[in-house]
Design a protein around this ligand. Structure first.
Ligand SMILES: [Zn+2]
Length: 351
């Protein structure tokens, strides 16, 4: 989940123009995706990219996987990605490189391996990802699951699932009326079911770890780590590390910042706790020059493989453009330094 961005509300002709603009952009994106994927250009790019570009890791972010018809969900996250779509995504991702765990892919990249790889990640360890994980493991691949301690160990609902549950109960007329009438202005509605059936529990996580799936840290209670106090920050990360090593029985490997929220203190605390790398919700593709505690990811929604392929190519091109600009800026700075040193040398020799 990303931070909400507040924008001033648009009205009248301006709003209509913005909506027209959005439709044109989505049609252009759809046409671009179809042209890229179904003409074979994407597969050509995936096959030859490592011959002329630096190797990278495409870290793809999923939350929930849906088997069957689309449910009456309140949020996109709750809706999940259709399992058949997920299999299409995997076929498209395999063209870029082997599917690895985040830590394994990062270690390979740091060791100087010349082949790009893909890491599929599932945040919050929802139980409905099991068919997808099973599919990956049976096909000889692997993935990374980021578990929250309060959800997986104690079966507590994460705050947005709690909120969805309350809203769903309020739409039930009898419960809604009772919730409002208990007090004049306040709603007294408790979330109903515990999250024990919604998230993977400790023994399931242990079993996945035994089968080669990486179980990563995702804090104790899923707060915005960039905004909490220093004391809470250390408690969240330490508790997550203790849970992984004592309950799941693995050494902490990678970490995912809840809500993608991080700070310099959070970054330092994650590395000090012994996590080898950390992923964010910042969109992009990671390469060797990236900060290990700030690896970007590619978000995957309930979309076609062609749309996901276009997103990957665009992120890769953006990465190449960013690095090129950095190199140009560095060489301009170096040239300026050299000419300054030359001038200084000339002045010195005249004395
Ligand atoms: Zn999360």
């Amino acid at each position: 989940m990303r931070h909400p961005v507040s924008r001033p509300p648009q009205t009248g002709a301006r709003a209509a123009r913005a909506s027209r603009h959005r439709s044109f952009r989505s049609i252009a994106r759809w046409l671009g995706a179809v042209a890229l994927y179904y003409t074979g250009l994407y597969h050509l790019y995936a096959r030859f990219r490592d011959s002329w570009l630096a190797p990278c890791i495409v870290i793809v972010m999923y939350h929930r996987i849906r088997c069957g018809p689309r449910p009456a969900a309140l949020t996109k996250l709750e809706e999940g990605v259709d399992f058949c779509r997920f299999r299409e995504h995997v076929r498209a991702l395999r063209a870029v490189g082997p599917l690895r765990t985040v830590c394994g892919a990062w270690d390979d990249l740091r060791a100087g391996r010349r082949r790009s790889s893909v890491a599929i990640t599932f945040d919050d360890a929802y139980r409905d990802i099991l068919p997808a994980v099973e599919y990956l493991v049976r096909s000889g691949h692997t993935c990374t699951v980021y578990a929250v301690v309060s959800a997986s160990k104690h079966g507590e609902l994460l705050w947005w699932d709690r909120l969805s549950d309350i809203v769903r109960r309020l739409t039930n007329r009898a419960e809604g009326e009772r919730g409002v009438s208990q007090s004049d202005n306040a709603l007294h509605v408790e979330a109903s079911s515990p999250g024990s059936s919604l998230y993977l529990n400790v023994s399931e996580l242990r079993e996945l770890a035994r089968r080669g799936v990486e179980i990563g840290g995702h804090s104790a209670r899923h707060p915005f780590l960039g905004r909490v106090s220093q004391e809470r920050l250390h408690r969240e990360i330490e508790e997550s590390k203790r849970f992984l090593s004592r309950e799941v029985g693995i050494w902490p490997v990678s970490f995912a910042y809840p809500h993608g929220s991080w700070s310099e203190a959070a970054r330092k605390a994650v590395l000090d706790a012994g996590f080898c790398c950390a992923v964010t919700t910042h969109p992009g593709i990671a390469d060797r020059t990236d900060d290990p505690a700030f690896l970007p990811r590619v978000p995957a929604g309930d979309e076609t493989a062609a749309t996901l392929a276009l997103r990957i190519v665009r992120a890769d091109l953006a990465r190449v453009w960013r690095r090129r600009r950095q190199t140009l800026r560095f060489s301009a700075w170096q040239r300026a330094l050299e000419s300054k040193a030359k001038l200084h040398g000339q002045r010195w020799s005249k004395r």
